[in-house]
Design a protein around this ligand. Sequence first.
Ligand SMILES: [Zn+2]
Length: 292
Amino acid sequence: MIYDLTPRPLNPAPQTPAMTWPNGAKSAVFIGFDVDAETAWIGNNPSNVDRMVTTSHGGYDARVGIARIVELMAELAMKATFFTPGWTALAHPEACDRIVAAGHEIGHHGFLHKMPDRDRLEETFEEIDRGFEALQRAFGIRPVGYRAPSGENFPELIAYLAKSGIRYSSSFRDDILPYRHASADGVPGPVEIPVNFAFDDWNFGMSSRSSARPLFGREAVLALWIDEFEATHAWGGVTTLVLHPQVSGRPMRWHLLRDFLRHVQAKGDVWIATGKEIADHFETLERQRRAS
Ligand SMILES: [Zn+2]
């Protein structure tokens, strides 16, 4: 692989002009869960499959995390998007059925959670195809949203996603408003609902022997989340959460997430929406702009 390091915007997607939100809301909140289960531990490190304690971090999803999170969403009367690797859907059909039965959106999150790699195009595209097949088999669903496993992307993958019927992606970190992907020569791609890395619970609440990190408790995390949400709200952006049931489904973190979402709900003029609803809204505004 020869790398093209020519100075240029590495993401050629045009910026979105001002954005309005439905029902006079000042900002939007997109609750996205990544239902990685064991794939977070075996996708990029297959030898972990024989390490039962290591993979048991992810096993928490099916035993406890998913059910607790679905329960929390019901209590708060909120709908979320659950980006589910195909492997998770096939390995844990009962736990995953709860998500679908509760009316949440299922998104694509690869098959085995392999990080997309431009040096391995075949494998990357196969992850997309197998993810679709598994979600079809498990739920009879063909998702329209995609979040990249281990959060990586590149032009060929964006084009492949669009070709496969993916209408929106939620992986990039370069904006506070949704935007439309475009290739360097202007071919439109899916809508991007960018994430805010401050809302990735893995950063604060996951540690393991192989990847030891400091853990942060509610005082640090709740204050950070509220500040970041309030500031994004003031700027009229979208606050995109990157949560994992194996992290935020843990007892203390579940309560912390509940307190944060109650804060958001109490704000009032916030549109809490699924990824698909945000993509639909973005496309409605696009059509209006084109018509005027
Ligand atoms: Zn993931």
